[in-house]
Design a protein around this ligand. Sequence first.
Ligand SMILES: Cc1cc2nc3c(=O)[nH]c(=O)nc-3n(C[C@H](O)[C@H](O)[C@H](O)COP(=O)(O)O)c2cc1C
Length: 355
Amino acid sequence: MFDFYNISSRALTLFPAETGHRFALKALANGLGPRGNANKPKGLNQTLWQRTFLNPLAISAGFDKNGTAISGVLKLGVGFIEVGGVTPRPQKGNPKPRLFRLEKDEAAINRLGFNNLGADQLLSNIRQHNLIYTNSSPIGVNLAANSDSTDPSNDFEKLVDKFASQVDFLTVDISCPNSKNGLVFLSPKPLQDLLDKLIEIRDRKDLKSPPALLVKLSPDIEYRELDILVEVIVNAGIDGITISNTTIKRPKDLTSPNQNEVGGLSGKPLFLMSTEMLRYVFKITGGNIPLVGVGGVSSGADAYEKICAGASLVQVYTALVYKGPKLIFQIKNDLAKLLEANGFSSIKDAIGSKN
Ligand SMILES: Cc1cc2nc3c(=O)[nH]c(=O)nc-3n(C[C@H](O)[C@H](O)[C@H](O)COP(=O)(O)O)c2cc1C
């Protein structure tokens, strides 16, 4: 009998990392994933950006770059979805191998460099999903500039223009360590100019239900710079901040042979770093802007910690490689139990409660 759990878990660990990922995504796209969407533990729902989130959990950007498995991923029981990163034109990304498992550390290093089929293909896949599932959970797109682009700002502008009417949120990824154009906006003036333009493009469309605009930050930003960048983001009128992307740092206690590969480190070793940054940003923003907590989440307790540190929503990626797709179901159940055990009747009350 075909068992998705076993086959996908074996695929994720036996094959080279990128092949395993492709296999798992194909299985999900073909409806072979476990069904966790009927499981709706109490207290996890909330309204954000005028949208209903049945639970705060999603798989983070980079998992379904081309939106080929949107309904399969939603059936796992996530509360929302973020596809991409997408660039305006298709691009191949960096030469392979470019994705490495650090098994002993429950981590990964990637330097994919935004391999994707481009914005037209993703848009077509999202439209197709929206036609069939008229009452879908919120969908977001992670946006990136082409690595050979001479005007990365213009790339982001084109993407906002293209996707604004089709999705619930758009995440501006200015924190990818693997792309030449990934980090050019990590200083105040270029960031402010970019965000002003993107907000203007979205607002000019005068949509009935405009998408929220989010910015995704790197955990490698020094806190002095972070203060200034967050001020720019908040003053621009951005709707949310995602914390965080992968890190180029290598914590000293890594033990896996692949630890010196170049790229962004994700998974367990990122948890502390990204959660402390999340906690800090919640503090300096006074909890006035919704935060998405991502980095090293591998259990309900981790998700709970992100929420108490200030996250309204939580994303997971690398832990799925080690624990398989049933992790989504487990995190949701354990999170609901932890909220109840700590006296919270709703997730809203727990957000930032340990800050
Ligand atoms: C293979 C891979 C590809 C990724 N691609 C993207 C991407 O396209 N855009 C983005 O914003 N983040 C990307 N990320 C970062 C993740 O979305 C997430 O921020 C990071 O992996 C930390 O979460 P985790 O520790 O749960 O994996 C990628 C991560 C991995 C491992």
